[in-house]
Design a binder for this molecule. Structure first.
Ligand SMILES: [Zn+2]
Length: 365
């Protein structure tokens, strides 16, 4: 495939290009992969895999990953009212600044996004958007390409009303908005939907029509995470029942009402552990972004596990080899974090590289 996204510059992609990118990849029947990152090690791995595969990728930070990025300073006495919020704001902004510079260094364009922002945390996005104004004044570009607002616990009316306000606000800077309709099951990053009713896991096409018809009056720069049984995490086969036809039904309903083809772009949450046939079917129905988090976490850990098993005898003390008396050689090179984190990087890289190839998101840039 020739590089179909050659118009993109290296660095964080301006949100104004999102719809153009989505319409090009849809014609090629592919979707972009969105990787949840937590630190510079995961960011660097994604950038390297994107560079080598010539893939366009989403890098996304959740509320709690942003806290992890900056650290939570547990031990400092502080009077700050909401330490989580303060850390999440600072962490997201610093992570964005890091990705801005690192993606240029790695010579890849990257779509930078924030993941699920629930109603209680809207201040997080408000403060990022406030900081974005200053960043834009200084650098002529936005901190993030897009943000997700997840008001799946609200009524559909409140959800769309609040999201409409954000879409108006963000459109001034061409920042894209991802909304959630229906609920993603399972648990991820403190967002616990493990006990919600099964019905909520399958969004009603009429709700998608409602959201689409309100948002389209403001801007086209939005995507919808509509639920078709999606669940965060990896489960025993058969436990998660996906029905991507919901997306097709919603598109057909919109086509019927608007009397023309709709450009609707969907997001697939909880992509980890999903069969390729379901992923490809959902792409056919308009999915442009597939979120992967759990499989990244697993591979990050798998690297450490493999390293530990391979070097166990040198990893249980600073000096010597297990079970050998009078052995006092230093084990420094074995427990140096750079060496075992290198294994995490290797396994995450291999996973991302494979998924890019399986889903044909290679040679795009
Ligand atoms: Zn999600």
């Amino acid at each position: 495939m020739k590089n179909i996204l050659e118009f993109l510059n290296n660095g964080v992609v301006n949100g104004k290009y999102l719809n153009k990118i989505f319409s090009i990849i849809k014609k090629k029947k592919i979707a972009l992969i969105a990787i949840n990152c937590i630190d510079t090690n995961t960011i660097n791995t994604v950038l390297e895999a994107a560079r080598i595969s010539r893939s366009l990728v989403f890098i996304q930070f959740s509320f709690s990953s942003s806290i992890f990025f900056i650290g939570k300073y547990y031990n400092l006495k502080t009077n700050i009212e909401n330490k989580n919020l303060e850390c999440a704001i600072k962490g997201a902004i610093l992570a964005a600044k890091y990705v801005q510079e690192a993606s240029v260094f790695y010579k890849v364009p990257v779509i930078l996004h924030t993941d699920h922002c629930i109603k209680e945390n809207l201040k997080w996005i408000d403060c990022i958007l406030e900081n974005n104004i200053d960043y834009f004044k200084s650098y002529g570009k936005c901190l993030f390409s897009s943000h997700m607002i997840d008001l799946s616990t609200c009524s559909i009316k409140d959800n769309i009303e609040i999201c409409s306000d954000y879409l108006s606000k963000m459109s001034k800077y061409s920042i894209g908005l991802e909304i959630e309709l229906g609920c993603t099951g399972g648990e991820e990053d403190g967002l616990d939907n493990t006990n919600i009713s099964n019905e909520k896991l399958y969004t009603k096409p009429k709700d998608i029509l409602y959201g689409y018809s309100k948002l389209i009056n403001i801007s086209k720069n939005f995507t919808i995470a509509a639920s078709f049984g999606n669940t965060h995490g990896v489960y025993k086969p058969g436990n998660v029942k996906l029905n991507p036809k919901i997306l097709l039904n919603a598109k057909n309903l919109i086509k019927k009402i608007f009397k023309k083809d709709c450009f609707l772009n969907f997001v697939f949450h909880g992509g980890s552990g999903t069969s390729n046939s379901i992923i490809l079917e959902s792409i056919n129905y308009g999915v442009v972004k597939i979120n992967l988090d759990t499989d990244i976490q697993w591979n990050y850990w798998l690297g450490v596990l493999k390293y530990y098993k391979k070097n166990k005898k040198n990893l249980c003390s600073q000096l010597g080899i297990n079970n050998i008396k009078n052995s006092f050689n230093p084990n420094k090179k074995y427990y140096d974090p750079r060496n075992w984190l290198k294994y995490s990087k290797k396994y995450v890289f291999k996973y991302i590289f494979n998924i890019f190839n399986i889903l044909k998101c290679i040679n795009l840039i």
